[in-house]
Design a protein around this ligand. Structure first.
Ligand code: ADP
Ligand code: ASP
Ligand code: MG
Length: 408
């Protein structure tokens, strides 16, 4: 008998019919004698709808109230799922994050979990209940409702698995595992039986939204056995995220291609090439809580430099305004913005032992006439910023060139 946390994403609980299917699946596990905690997301589209309602009232809604509103999506599904489980003849009880309590910090809309009180859940499990806990949410010290950032139910599930020392955390979604790239963009993508935490972390942080990055961090830190599976398909073992990389295994050079459309590029032109310039440009950006991703600096002949960086597209307008003010203050030549860029990355622990991966990537993109605007590399990834209109093409040709296509 094992303790298993099962998370079901939005599409898996999109209708009452699907919620009943989830209940049947959970019932099968329960009847095998396992203790089960279920963590559903909101019905698909519901979180967007709720945030949309708030934005119909205010362009920049108060984040505390936004969390009060957005968290209700999961409150509905936990209740419905508990009812569906009861209809299957099981004892079931639902909790919101605040009821559990999942204690978070007070950073509304992107709170971090600090601690989980496991007493009610343990008590219920001992008494034979399936415990249904709302994903995506918690409450701070003062009892304010908080949410964990988009896709945060994954993190709720892994955090519960860690807190209760569960044997496995299963993430049920609308694909049957983690693929070499998003199978919706490249139909030739291959399902991976295993992927290392290190690679999954990179994939998630570079745009593969199949798992929220914090859930992967949590699972790595607390050694949670994490698996991604299909909620529509009973077959298959999904993808296991492995802690240890198999040293004996011959790794492919690149394990996956990730991409992110949410990139925007900002450039300040003709600033003096002096110490402290980067700080003067990026300081005000950081002060506005805007995260900077890639940075590039080109020094010209005349002692001035052009300085470019990328930000999340949602921060584009705010970033541009700040940069314009900086440009005026610094007497720069001007500011240019581009919010039609994207980032494509190759990820793989195999890169460590294979030089020349970057040049191969550049060659493949060049042969398609795709211009690279920015490059960043680390030990196990290479990212390029390119025009957004080339995203699908770039992902497809790189996937093929690195031997990841199904038929390869
Ligand atoms: P859920 O609502 O279940 O949380 P998400 O939409 O958040 O589901 O995540 C699943 C989606 O992630 C898939 O439908 C797929 O389009 C996308 N995805 C992106 N990259 C990958 C990848 N490498 N492997 C599998 N799915 C991926
Ligand atoms: N419902 C939330 C969202 O749409 C959390 C989740 O689905 O994981 O972002
Ligand atoms: Mg998700």
């Amino acid at each position: 008998m094992a303790l298993i946390v099962q998370k079901f994403g939005g599409t898996s609980v999109a209708t009452v019919e699907r919620i009943k299917n989830v209940a049947q699946r959970v019932a099968r596990w329960k009847k095998q004698g396992h203790d089960i905690i279920v963590v559903p997301s909101a019905m698909s589209g519901e979180t967007n709808r709720l945030i949309g309602l708030a934005k119909d009232i205010s362009d920049s809604p108060d984040p505390r109230e936004l969390d009060v509103i957005a968290s209700t999506g999961e409150q509905v599904t936990v209740g419905l799922l508990a009812l569906a489980l009861q209809s299957e003849g099981l004892k079931a009880k639902s909790y919101t994050g605040a009821q559990v309590k999942v204690l978070t910090n007070s950073v509304f809309t992107k709170a971090r979990i600090l601690q989980i009180d496991d007493s009610k859940i343990r008590h219920d499990l001992t008494n034979g209940y399936v415990v249904v806990v709302a994903g995506f949410q918690g409450a701070d010290e003062e009892g304010n409702i908080t949410t964990l950032g988009r896709g945060g139910s994954d993190t709720s599930a892994v955090a519960l698995a860690a807190a209760l020392n569960a044997d496995e955390c299963q993430i049920y979604t609308d694909v049957d595992g983690v693929y070499t790239t998003d199978p919706r963009v490249v139909p030739e993508a291959r399902k991976l039986d295993t992927i290392t935490f290190e690679e999954m972390l990179e994939m998630a942080s570079l745009g593969s939204k199949v798992l929220q990055i914090r859930s992967v961090e949590f699972a790595g830190k607390y050694k949670v056995k994490l698996r991604v599976l299909s909620s529509f398909d009973d077959e298959g073992e999904g993808t296991l995220i492995t802690i240890e990389e198999d040293k004996n295994m011959e790794h492919p050079i690149i394990s996956g291609i990730a991409f992110n459309r949410d990139e925007a590029k900002l450039t300040i032109l003709g600033v003096p090439d002096l110490p402290g310039i980067a700080y003067k440009i990026l300081g005000p950006i950081a002060d506005a809580n805007i995260d900077v991703d890639m940075i590039i600096q080109n020094v010209g002949q005349d002692g001035t430099t052009d300085f470019s960086f990328t930000v999340n597209r949602a921060d584009y307008t705010a970033g541009l305004e700040i940069l314009k003010a900086t440009a005026t203050a610094m007497n720069a030549r001007g500011v240019v913005g581009d919010n039609k860029t994207c980032k494509v990355s190759g990820v793989g622990v195999g890169m460590r032992s294979h030089p020349g991966v970057a040049s191969k990537m550049f060659k493949v993109l060049a042969s398609e006439g795709i211009n690279i605007q920015m490059i960043s590399t680390s030990e196990i990834k290479i990212s390029v910023v390119i025009e957004e209109k080339y995203l699908e093409l770039a992902v497809r040709v790189l996937h093929k060139a690195f031997g990841l296509d199904k038929s390869e």
